[in-house]
Design a protein around this ligand. Structure first.
Ligand code: FAS
Ligand code: PHB
Length: 400
């Protein structure tokens, strides 16, 4: 067995793990990333597409924002299509100038992986049988890599290994509480090299179900349709997808929609999930390892970023100032923002999706709620300030 020593062992090389690694590297804090999948697999995953301003600011802090600045699309508004009418929410006007940036999680991951490689930082991809131990006293991580057994001795473990990872699963049941809501539908997503149907995202509430018109660039579009949980991606040809999307759009968008062959097509189930607390001795859970949101509010990737903002700030404070204040506050700080994003994501999902079991009265109330939101500046402001992203509350994060 080969024994390695480091300050922070990061499990998982998704956005949370890579962002943390880059921020620790910038602060001169030794760390190792251990990832189960291959680097190619990680870099090829198609997922989120929207970055909050605070996430963009964090990427700028890592000095890995060149591509984001060159190719990211700043958006100052979104459209909501309901009862056949489009309503534009002027996010910037409603939030004193804030906006979101369209930039795929795939690109964020590639940019951070490339920066990591250029800095020659230690990462183990295709690591098997990853195990974490003794994280209340002297944390260790063991795994197999290229038929060799490794053990990492470290000060802290960052569990950035997603919803199905090993870290949360390693916490004793009596030390952890989870909260979950599973939705009775999924999102069938298509990625296609066709120009987007509109300049901004269109969130569609229709009697046939929710749809979302998004994008990755001016030549690559991302579309989603609400489908029953029992649906299978093989039930959907490209033609059937485009026809159903048109059925949920307004006449103007139907005319403008450019269709083409899908380069990726998949169904993702929707769930809300939170772990409390997010810290267990010297183990910190971050990102999807700790929480999941339905993608309707575009919060998943951005919550991973905010957890890492808090965790990196806490670890830097520990190593540079000898203070445990940030570490001790980590879970409480993260969960305050996590639950607000969970609420917003649940609310947007409830408002815009068709629930088969919904009574006629509930359906009318939901229509009235959406009409109120779209017809009221106060209503629009509450949607806008959550959509662009609530502020982080970290004193020393903002300290230059
Ligand atoms: P990730 O799951 O991205 O990364 C965890 C990493 O840990 C993975 O690379 C995994 O291989 C690795 N890992 C797992 N177990 C391990 C082990 N035992 N040992 C070592 N490594 C291990 N969010 C949005 O905002 N908008 C969207 O449209 C959207 N669409 C999504 C579609 C799908 C299909 C999925 C699954 C998620 C989607 N999300 C979306 C949410 C998504 O973007 C997550 O929030 C984001 O990936 C979170 O990043 P991480 O916390 O790093 O977790
Ligand atoms: C995406 O482009 O993948 C996307 C955008 C906004 C969302 C969810 C997904 O709310």
């Amino acid at each position: 067995m080969q024994t390695l020593k480091t300050k922070v062992a990061i499990i998982g090389s998704g956005p949370a793990g890579l962002l943390l690694g880059q921020l620790l590297y910038k602060a001169g804090i030794d760390h190792i990333i251990v990832e189960r999948r291959s680097a190619d697999y990680v870099a090829s995953r198609i997922r989120a597409g929207i970055l909050e301003q605070v996430s963009v600011d964090l990427l700028t802090k890592t000095d890995v924002d060149q591509n984001l600045k060159a190719h990211g699309l700043p958006h100052s508004g979104i459209e909501i299509l309901a009862q056949g009418r489009k309503h534009r929410l002027d996010l910037a006007a409603l939030t004193d100038g804030k906006q979101v940036t369209v930039y795929g999680q795939t690109e964020v991951t590639k940019d951070l992986m490339q920066a990591r490689e250029q800095a020659d930082l230690v990462s183990f991809y295709e690591a098997y049988k990853v195990k974490i131990d003794d994280f209340y006293d002297e944390p260790t991580v063991s795994f197999e890599y290229q038929n060799q057994v490794y053990q990492i001795e470290c000060d802290f473990i960052a569990g950035c290994d997603g919803y199905h990872g090993v870290c949360r699963a390693s916490v004793p049941e009596d030390k952890i509480k989870t909260f979950e809501k599973v939705y009775p539908f999924g999102w069938l997503g298509v990625l296609a090299d066709v120009p987007p149907v509109a300049d901004e995202l269109i969130y569609v509430q229709s009697e046939r179900g929710f749809a979302l018109c998004s994008m990755r660039s001016e030549t690559r579009s991302r579309y989603y349709l609400q489908v029953p949980l029992t649906d299978k991606v093989e039930n959907w040809s490209d033609a059937q997808f485009w026809d159903e999307l048109k059925n949920r759009l307004d006449p103007e968008s139907q005319k403008k929609l450019v269709t083409g062959p899908s380069i990726e097509k998949s169904i993702a189930p929707l769930r809300s999930f939170v772990t409390e607390p997010m810290r267990f001795g010297k183990l910190f859970l971050a990102g999807d390892a700790a929480h999941i949101v339905p993608p309707t509010g575009a919060k998943g990737l951005n919550l991973a970023a905010s957890d890492i903002a808090y965790l990196s700030s806490a670890l830097i404070q520990y190593y540079q100032e000898g203070s445990e204040q940030g570490i001790d506050k980590y879970s409480e700080k993260c969960l305050q923002r996590v639950w607000k994003a969970e609420r917003f994501s649940w609310w947007m999902t409830h408002l815009l999706h068709r629930f088969e079991t919904e009574s006629e009265f509930d359906h009318k109330i939901k229509q009235a709620e959406l009409n109120y939101i779209l017809g009221s500046e106060a209503g629009q402001m509450t949607l806008a300030e959550n959509y662009v992203g609530l502020p982080y509350e970290i004193q020393n994060l903002n300290k230059r």
